[in-house]
Design a protein around this ligand. Structure first.
Ligand code: COI
Length: 351
């Protein structure tokens, strides 16, 4: 693979004690173009601006998909990539739905290895650090005809990160706007899904909420997701989370938490969840916990849920499932506890 190293690394000048999520990028990026019906040779370059034609289809029709994945450094200074096969499968599921050509596995996997090996110093071993990895594909052909692009660019950039959210997580149930609809693109990571969520989120922020709880697009009766996270509730000693459908993203953290919960002997149900059911559980003091899961956030407790004028405050329980599952997940990711599900892969060191 062609590799051009940066002549001036930003490592020394980066303040690793202050990393607002996704604002600092590592020294290099991977890029690969799709032209004349095939993917070309990937290349690693210094991170920096790219040139794009004003007529590029992505700028007009949003034909773009992305992934979010994480790498961690263990105490032996090895970089561990978490469940990369799942991200590879999902970016191609997203690509197919957005009429984008699928990325060959060797380009995705070798690209990650080369990039992370080169930028492994950006992945810190200290507690709480990870390297957030953002693979993405966008339509690069020029032309404003509303049709799929002929040319695409695949890129991977990486960003050292700590916490996604700091502070409380107060949510409001969204009963007007919709994140995803039947037959739509909500089950994949289409860039536009996120763009469409910003306005309702901004309105919720203005009312003092950090995020919204998305409900189904038909009746706004069923809970689907929260912000950019999958959502979970503990009712008594049972965990419930919405079952996957074409309007719910198949989160890799969601799947990991599901497997860990079962491993711990926790009863888990994936099914449709009525907003009313959560209200009932709250009223009868059976709503013990609520939390969100996602690559960026890992496992994030929810402090309150507001429905209309009613705020349901969820107080911390002593034997929190969310905390236990988060600690187990992070222990595996950091290589501190046994990787019982073989989720990690080591990034080869290439000097
Ligand atoms: C992730 O958790 O990786 C996401 O996709 C959320 C992102 C929009 C920051």
């Amino acid at each position: 693979m062609k590799i051009t190293k940066t002549s001036i690394s930003k490592l020394e000048s980066t303040d690793f004690s202050n990393l607002p999520f996704g604002t600092v990028f590592s020294d290099h990026m991977l890029t690969c173009n799709f032209k004349h019906g095939k993917w070309g040779d990937p290349e690693v370059l210094p991170y920096g601006p790219i040139s794009i034609a004003p007529g590029a289809k992505v700028l007009h029709y949003g034909q773009s998909v992305f992934e979010g994945m994480k790498a961690f450094k263990n105490s032996n200074n090895e970089v561990l990539l978490f469940r990369k096969e799942e991200n590879y499968k999902r970016i191609n599921r997203s690509a197919v739905r957005l009429s984008i050509p699928e990325i060959p596995e060797d380009i995705f996997m070798n690209g990650l290895d080369e990039l992370l090996s080169l930028d492994n110093e950006w992945c810190k071993a200290d507690e709480g650090y990870s390297l957030y990895i953002r693979p993405f594909i966008f339509a690069s052909s020029e032309g404003v005809k509303a049709s799929a692009s002929e040319e695409y660019t695949f890129m991977i950039i990486t960003s050292p990160s700590t916490k996604y959210y700091a502070g409380e997580m107060n949510l409001v149930v969204e009963d007007h706007y919709t994140r995803a609809s039947k037959g739509g693109v909500g089950f994949v990571k289409a860039a536009g899904n996120y763009a469409a969520s910003f306005y309702p989120t901004k309105k919720a922020n203005a009312n003092g909420f950090q995020q919204v709880i998305w409900t189904d697009s038909v009746e706004h009766k069923y809970i689907e997701e929260s912000g950019t996270m999958n959502i979970w509730f503990r009712i008594g000693d049972k965990l419930i989370t919405p079952e996957l459908s074409d309007s719910i993203l198949g989160g890799i953290t969601r799947d990991s938490v599901l497997q860990l919960a079962k491993y711990n002997g926790i009863e888990v149900e994936e099914r449709r969840i009525l907003v009313d059911e959560i209200v009932e559980a709250y009223k009868s003091s059976n709503l013990k916990e609520a939390f969100g899961t996602g690559t960026a956030v890992t496992v994030n407790p929810i402090d309150s849920i507001t429905l209309g004028d009613d705020k349901m405050r969820i107080t911390t329980v002593v034997d929190s499932f969310a905390l236990k599952l988060k600690q187990q997940l992070q222990g595996i990711q950091k290589g501190k506890t046994e990787d019982i599900f073989s989720w990690n892969s080591k990034v080869p060191v290439k000097v």
